[in-house]
Design a protein around this ligand. Structure first.
Ligand SMILES: Cc1cc2nc3c(=O)[nH]c(=O)nc-3n(C[C@H](O)[C@H](O)[C@H](O)COP(=O)(O)O)c2cc1C
Length: 301
């Protein structure tokens, strides 16, 4: 049986990886076998360290969670010097995640990462607020998506995966802009902008007021986004949205995603990816699927 998939020229032993920000950097090695996933995606990093948003920064909702971490990170140099060596030791392809509050910052982060060894690809998190343009996320505008993608692509020799925001009117327009900017693959998608209210305190639940919804609640919506992009584009797609077990993963693969990311599920079950890989294997055996690539995109619609 073959579970190997290829995304933008990177060979992955299986199509399961973590979503950025839900698996630490290398810290998860003390909770689970980090050599199991096809790739490990690092937490997004910015040029300078960031403390993130005021607490509370994460809160459960009825079918998922809201978060507003605000890209807390030690900065790209801290990532390269302190986090990357331990991640590299796992021997799994590493995808570094780039964030920024100006388009130029994305390029500067990419240039520093270029100097580091052992990174397989970059994922560009365009859900960050664009400070020069009033704080709306880069990824909600096609023009900014194209611009940020192009800047990273110009700085990078490694494949560039652009992680789209789902908070848009037409995802296909933004996906096309990313491809036009030079994206080698897309991750679909980040969290959905939301608001949670505490009736007792009369205040928003999160310190930042607004946050991003993730978990099982968002799966059908993100599946729709993957479906829409897959229908109009041939680009490799990595799915992210409510993937918490092997069935969720298989559904996305069936729709046409080439790989999947487990996000929120890692917070309560650090071994969820290993379980998903076994589940996919068993499914393939039962259905006599010899190559996972035959299954990808097999949805009959
Ligand atoms: C606590 C938390 C932190 C996150 N941090 C990042 C991040 O740093 N960069 C990023 O691109 N996405 C980040 N995300 C979004 C996830 O990577 C993922 O795309 C999203 O949660 C949807 O997947 P899920 O429903 O499986 O959680 C974060 C999500 C959570 C819950």
């Amino acid at each position: 049986m073959n579970m190997e998939v290829e995304i933008a020229g990177i060979k992955l032993s299986n199509p399961v990886m973590n979503a950025s920000g839900t698996f630490g950097q290398a810290e998860y090695a003390s909770y689970t076998d980090i050599t199991a996933p096809g790739a490990v995606v690092a937490k997004s990093v910015t040029l300078e360290p960031r403390l993130g948003n005021p607490p509370p920064r994460i809160a459960e909702t009825s079918c998922g969670a809201m978060n507003s971490v605000g890209i807390q990170n030690g900065g790209v140099r801290n990532f390269v010097d302190d986090k990357l060596p331990a991640m590299r030791a796992a021997g799994v392809p590493i995808i570094a995640s780039i964030a920024g509050t100006s388009a130029e910052e994305y390029g500067e982060v990419a240039a520093i990462l270029e100097e580091a060894e052992g990174i397989a690809a970059y994922e560009v998190n365009i859900s960050c607020p664009n400070i020069e343009a009033g704080g709306k996320a880069f990824g909600v505008y096609a023009g900014e998506t194209r611009r940020v993608t192009r800047i990273v692509k110009d700085a990078a020799t490694r494949p560039v995966i652009v992680k789209l925001s789902p908070n848009v009117t037409d995802i296909t327009e933004i996906a096309a802009a990313a491809a036009d900017g030079g994206a080698d693959a897309l991750t679909i998608a980040n969290t959905y902008l939301g608001l949670a209210v505490d009736l007792d305190t009369g205040r928003p639940v999160l310190g930042n007021v607004l946050g991003g919804l993730s978990g099982p609640a968002i799966k059908p919506i993100t599946q729709r986004l993957v479906y829409e992009v897959r229908h109009v584009m041939d680009i490799p797609i990595i799915a992210s949205g409510g993937i918490a077990n092997y069935k969720d993963a298989l559904e996305y693969l069936m729709i046409g995603a080439n790989a999947v990311q487990a996000g929120l599920a890692n917070l309560s079950r650090p071994d969820v990816m290993a379980e998903m890989i076994v589940g996919i294997q068993n499914f393939m055996e039962q259905r006599h699927i010899e190559d996972i690539n035959e299954f990808i995109g097999s949805l009959r619609d």
